[in-house]
Design a protein around this ligand. Structure first.
Ligand SMILES: Cc1cc2nc3c(=O)[nH]c(=O)nc-3n(C[C@H](O)[C@H](O)[C@H](O)COP(=O)(O)O)c2cc1C
Length: 195
């Protein structure tokens, strides 16, 4: 089984990446393959509202200049999807918002192509605004008809400079519990293997 994680922070290997990797470490220990995509240094464009994806129905967006279609291909083949965003002005980053718009439209146009996968979200935050960011991603996962594991708290980690989330013990515990619950869920909902 495979989990694809998407880090929409503008900082590579920053706090969001640390939180995602804390979840992924647990998933790897549970036998899952993992793939971490970091968007730092890359720009995803927003949806153009052309609705061409409803005509082509090829599981791709007609905007081909950025890596959105590559992300869609990798997510389509995965069993679990983990989204990560820093809090930017009390919501997700621009790249996460662009991903939500275009992945959401393409997936909807293609019979909810991500449905029945396990889906979860994590947020890095300096101080406040993490809950709207967490909600934006969870609202998306719900609309995509994914199955969402919970944790012992909302999955956020507190820190400003890179590495500071490692001092947030409760945040790290929340990530580990999320990893355990996601692994548990994925094993429950995995399609039966051919004999
Ligand atoms: C453009 C921008 C906006 C931010 N807005 C907020 C905010 O609204 N609330 C907050 O607590 N932290 C805010 N932060 C701080 C980041 O959420 C925090 O540093 C986080 O750990 C960054 O994660 P990263 O290392 O993965 O980039 C902001 C940072 C940036 C660059």
């Amino acid at each position: 089984m495979k989990v694809v994680a998407l880090n929409a922070s503008a900082r590579k290997d920053g706090n969001t990446a640390i939180l995602l990797n804390t979840v992924l470490d647990v998933l790897r220990a549970e036998g899952m393959e993992t793939d971490l995509i970091q968007l730092a240094g890359k720009t995803l464009a927003g949806c153009r509202a052309c609705f061409k994806c409803f005509e082509t129905q090829d599981r791709h967006c007609v905007q081909k200049k950025d890596m959105l279609n590559d992300i869609l291909d990798r997510m389509f083949l995965a069993d679990g999807i983990l989204l990560g965003s820093p809090t930017y002005f009390s919501d997700v980053s621009a790249n996460m918002r662009a991903f939500i718009e275009r992945c959401g439209m393409v997936a909807t146009a293609n019979n909810y192509m991500l449905k029945h996968k396990a889906g979860a979200a994590v947020v890095a935050v300096r101080r406040a605004g993490s809950i709207p960011a967490f909600s934006s991603m969870n609202l998306f996962l719900h609309y995509m008809q994914m199955v969402m594991p919970g944790s012992s708290y909302w999955s956020l980690g507190v820190g400003m400079n890179i590495g500071e989330v490692l001092e947030d013990q409760e945040g790290l515990r929340t990530m580990k519990t999320l990893g355990q619950n996601m692994a548990w869920l994925m094993k429950k909902i995995a399609p039966p293997q051919p004999r």
